[in-house]
Design a protein around this ligand. Structure first.
Ligand code: PLP
Length: 358
């Protein structure tokens, strides 16, 4: 099966095999990782090592804390304004797609929220330009989504927001390319695309931001509490963190983030080239300058052939190509674990389908 699911997404086979091998006996403890206490030294080591691996892979400085939280990225949509949108401040958002729209809607429930730029009028098929943004002088933070999973758009470059914290949802492209973490005050990402299974959300937060959080925020929703307790305030998602640990080691073994970026670029180039060389038989949905390396969205020349494409693709073992209901059409999600060969198999199928029906 060629898995192109948008998330939860594919794992490397060797990672799944390691989980299988260790499931009944974690490192000679005689216990499964599902059965160990989160207060045990085994989990303490997993917790510490996973934070360390992430710090090394992304070059995160000692000014930041790495947290493992629950509730998915959707909980972060609410937590960010709950913690930082304090009295008299304004939350500033860049609305580049369905996910950033949802983040805006949550912030509105908490306090004053302004959209600085939106591409809704373009059906979110491009990312709004970040140059010349009028950031509110009383902005609590600026929030944006680096990769919009549904529309298949991605920011290549970011802006500096100076003293105003820049907060980014990197759920669908964290660890897929090199980034300079010091440009951001807070990064969050649901794990289930590039990092691990659903159930854990990674938060990378600049420590100086934590001191601004009011005491009135309930503990489970309070970044400061999770940071002080080293992500052990309550029972953490032990199995999910363990799997993130294995994924990070796999990334490290496969050239680190730089290696991932090179591979992801090759994969994306291959698919986009096939679309662009098809003379209109396939059409990319995102504007060229906003195209995502992670999620390629496209259509087939007419609805009937698109249905036939999907039917035959499924018959040939290609899974997860149906576009999200908000965007329709087709979507190829190719996170870190998706090998180049799998993308090549898909483009061979696309070429062949065009020969037969084009
Ligand atoms: N943000 C982005 C960019 C996403 O792609 C998703 C889910 O696909 C979410 C947020 C929501 O994540 P979760 O389902 O973990 O709440």
């Amino acid at each position: 099966v060629y898995n192109f699911n948008a998330g939860p997404a594919m794992f490397p086979l060797e990672v799944l095999q390691q989980v299988q091998a260790e499931l009944r006996d974690l490192q000679g403890t005689g216990l499964s990782v599902l059965e160990i206490s989160h207060r045990s030294k085994e989990y303490e080591q997993i917790n510490e090592e996973t934070q360390q691996l992430l710090k090394e892979l992304l070059g995160i400085s000692s000014e930041y804390d790495v947290l493992f939280m629950q509730g998915g990225a959707s909980t972060q949509f609410a937590m960010v304004p709950m913690n930082f949108l304090t009295e008299g401040r304004v939350a500033n958002y860049i609305e580049s797609g369905t996910w950033s729209h949802k983040a805006v809607e949550e912030a509105k429930k908490i306090g004053r929220t302004e959209i600085l730029a939106s591409s809704e009028a373009d059906q979110f098929r491009k990312v709004p330009d970040l140059q010349g943004l009028k950031i509110h002088p009383e902005a609590a933070y600026v929030h944006l989504t680096s990769n919009e999973t549904i529309a298949g758009t991605q920011y290549r470059d970011f802006i500096s927001t100076g003293e105003i914290p820049l907060i980014v949802d990197m759920s669908s492209d964290i660890l897929s390319r090199e980034i300079n973490v010091s440009n951001f005050s807070l990064i969050y990402a649901g794990a289930q695309k590039n990092l691990g299974p659903s159930g854990v959300t990674v938060v990378i937060v600049k420590r100086e931001l934590l001191h601004r959080i009011p005491n009135s925020i309930p503990n489970m929703m309070n970044y400061q509490v999770h940071a002080q307790k080293n992500s052990l305030y309550n029972t953490p998602p032990v199995f999910a963190v363990y799997m993130v640990n294995l994924m990070l080691k796999w990334i490290q073994k496969n050239g680190g983030v730089k290696g991932m970026e090179q591979r992801n670029q090759l994969k994306a180039n291959l698919i986009y080239r096939t679309i662009d060389n098809s003379e209109g038989f396939y059409n990319g949905l995102a504007h060229v300058e906003s195209r995502s390396m992670m999620n390629v969205t496209f259509s087939v020349v007419n609805d009937e052939l698109e249905k036939e494409f999907l039917r035959q693709a499924e018959e040939n073992g290609f899974v997860g190509l149906k576009g999200h209901r908000d965007a329709g059409h087709l979507r190829v999600s190719m996170y870190n674990a998706v090998p180049y060969e799998q993308c090549k198999a898909l483009t061979d199928f696309m070429d062949d389908f065009q020969k037969r029906f084009g």
